[in-house]
Design a protein around this ligand. Structure first.
Ligand code: NAI
Length: 237
């Protein structure tokens, strides 16, 4: 039984990933700043942007569940504003959670994975990495995460550690509620319109993203690394 860490795993896509990895037979630690409604084998209050918080949480995971061999860097959010109105604090907040967080967890988890000759890092990117207006910090962070994925894959590959990214398109979560409001639509309208525009004629759900994460986290995916898989109901990338 492997130990998996899912950041931002209390709700939305992260909760879907935590549920799927548990169903796959892994013991799952959920790390989140808000553990309301969270389900996992251990639940830890953790801010992924804080080196101290991540270090304490990983120590706790190792002592309670065992050393993690799977890390899913899912915690993230957007704060949409036009570039010329964006505050430095909003730039930092988004880049710190989406990008710095993935660096901090991967740096902590990698040595034990390298020593064991096995590890799986899965980063949750976004179709926004390809460009999206009024969220330059989020776009920069997610495309940075794609670059981080490829560079880390090159470094960690010789040690049996794969690093991949899953890039969701429109996926119904709390974040979608905010995206709908941004466009002046109700959530129902937003889901309907987005589904109509999608080649597969539907919206994504956390289970769709979790399915791709489950593949990258599996032992059989050892020959797949440095990839960004768009799970978006459309040919992207
Ligand atoms: P959500 O807002 O429903 O859930 C995000 C989770 O991350 C929450 O549980 C929140 O408490 C946690 N979190 C926030 N800041 C944190 C921090 N500093 N440390 C630890 N946990 C923190 O969002 P959703 O939609 O589930 O997003 C999950 C990931 O998927 C994010 O990285 C997001 O950028 C990405 N994504 C989501 C899409 C969507 O359409 N919902 C599309 C593309 C990417």
């Amino acid at each position: 039984m492997s130990v998996a860490v899912v950041t931002g795993g209390a709700r939305g896509i992260g909760a879907g990933i935590a549920k799927r990895l548990r169903a796959d037979g892994h013991r799952v630690a959920v790390l989140d700043v808000d553990l309301t409604g969270a389900e996992g084998d251990v639940l830890l209050d953790c801010d992924v942007a804080s080196e101290e918080s991540v270090t304490i949480a990983f120590d706790k995971v190792s002592s309670v569940l065992g050393v993690p061999s799977i890390v899913v860097n899912n915690a993230g959010f957007a704060r949409d504003q036009p570039l010329h109105e964006m505050s430095l604090s909003d730039w930092d907040a988004v880049v710190d959670v989406c990008l710095r967080g993935a660096f901090l967890t991967t740096r902590l988890a990698a040595p034990a994975m390298m020593a064991a000759g096995f590890g799986r890092i899965v980063n949750i990117s976004s179709t926004s990495a390809l460009g999206d207006p009024e969220r330059v910090q989020y776009v920069a962070a997610k495309s940075g995460l794609n670059g981080f994925t490829k560079a880390a894959a090159l470094e960690l590959g010789p040690f049996g550690v794969t690093v991949n990214a899953v890039a969701p398109g429109f996926t119904v979560t709390n974040m979608t509620v905010r995206s709908a409001a941004r466009r002046g639509r109700t959530l129902e309208e937003h889901i309907r319109i987005t589904a109509e525009e999608s080649p597969v004629r539907r919206a994504g759900h956390p289970e769709d993203i979790a399915h791709a994460v489950s593949f990258f986290a599996s032992e059989g995916a050892g020959y797949v690394t440095g990839q960004v898989l768009y799970v978006a109901g459309a040919p992207l990338g």
